[in-house]
Design a protein. Structure first.
Length: 106
């Protein structure tokens, strides 16, 4: 992942956890917080949407695979987790970068 970003500073600006990812709880609402949600009344939604759509609240188990430092000084984490559907019959496996505010120890 970091083959084009050489470590030239001390301390380093990134850390790849490699074979030792760290288990965390991921606040699903925080990792998609930047998205604009349309305002729909739940009563106006088809059942297939309100039950079969992704459940974007609560915590799910996940893993931190790497950390990087931004040019503004913040650290962000590369995480993986599975986001369930509202009815629990499906899931979406996610790998993305997120703020540490979305994470807590597991």
């Amino acid at each position: 992942m970091f083959e084009y970003w050489p470590q030239v500073y001390d301390p380093p600006l990134w850390r790849d956890l490699g074979e030792h990812p760290v288990p965390v709880w991921v606040d699903v609402g925080q990792i998609v917080a930047a998205m604009q949600y349309p305002t729909f009344s739940m009563a106006d939604l088809p059942l297939r949407v309100s039950r079969g759509g992704l459940y974007l609240s609560g915590r799910v188990p996940g893993w931190v695979h790497a950390w990087v430092r931004t040019n503004r000084g913040a650290w962000i984490a590369r995480i993986s987790c599975s986001v369930p559907t509202a009815n629990g019959q499906g899931r979406l496996d996610v790998e993305q970068w997120c703020s540490p505010k979305a994470l807590s120890p597991r």
